[in-house]
Design a protein around this ligand. Sequence first.
Ligand SMILES: *Cc1c(COP(=O)(O)O)cnc(C)c1O
Length: 391
Amino acid sequence: MSGFPITYAERIRTLPPYLFAAIDELKQQAIAKGMDIINLGVGDPDLPTPSLIIDRLAQAARDPQNHQYPSYDGLLSFRTAVARWYHRRFGVEVDPATEVLTLIGSKEGIGHIPLAFVDPGDIVLVPSPGYPVYPVGASFAGGIPIPMPLLKQNGFLPDLQAIPRDVADRAKLMFLNSPNNPTAAVASKEFFHQVVEFAQAHQVIVCHDAAYSEIYYDQKQPPSFLEVPGAREVGIEFHSLSKTFNMTGWRIGFAVGRREIIAGLGKVKSNIDSGVFQAIQEAGIAALDAHEQLTEGIRHVYQERRDVLVPGLKDLGLEVNPPDAAFYVWIHVPPGYTSTSFAAHLLEQAGIVATPGNGFGEAGEGYIRMTLTTSTERLAEAVERLKRIGW
Ligand SMILES: *Cc1c(COP(=O)(O)O)cnc(C)c1O
């Protein structure tokens, strides 16, 4: 029996094409040939979670109180730890009871928030290149994602003046991401000031994704959107323990900001999920309370890697800015190549996997992204191989 034909919903059928398929295919072929692959494509920390956090989880997992459903908004003690962290790190005071929400990783909150605020036909402004969850979450809610190109001449920040008036007025939500994946650009407080003015003028809810706020170099701490006056009236900020503490597998993040926006997201979530395992939230408290101690060494490792890869690429004549934050290196492809053809070339000739920039949106064409989530030795080896092929 073959059953009746299965048809996917429109929202699945109309998903944008998967642009990494060609590279995935080449990668499989290279592996099959026995090639030694250096994978600079993944944005997932290779370092383990600090043991202080693991120990706290192990202990909390034994507490029967943590075996039942967690509260929808998250443990108040976790949200209070978030408020303490916000105050210590950014000098911003937030009310843990109403202005903080625990998330099952920030991707979950980012994907769900359009369901709370976007009606069919509403515009959602998204950075391009950008994290694919912004446009997909918007589309799933019936919204229309409109890209804000991140261009080199604007320091890879969106040009708010370039957004047509009618688009701005129809926009319900704007996603921003600093430090940025994939460009590594960091927004200044001056830029965030302009965002607040734009949001007030056009009544747009700002959703700032700060997943990389603790991955920075040379002591240059990226600001929080909420540090800027008026930001708390127009938006919220997403954070994650994933990149900060090497906890991508644990699934814990949080949103902070204007209470009605937090409440809207909470309303969606309470109807479709049941929160984060409390033992993980207990471990999250331990992580946030020890953040200075735990994150210093992690930053040091990435900085060392950056300082091997970026000068190596520059010596080869590639156009690349050393990132001030995030663990991404955004590289202009040499003349005669597209994002995809250059990524294919690196893979076939040098066994190096990099991500073609157009996979993050049209404005990413002409770039590739490399990650620093591989050991210094392997990054040095990647530079050596590039020298050998001379590309
Ligand atoms: C990794 C990443 C996140 C964090 O995802 P989690 O769901 O918290 O693991 C959020 N935004 C961007 C842009 C990312 O690259």
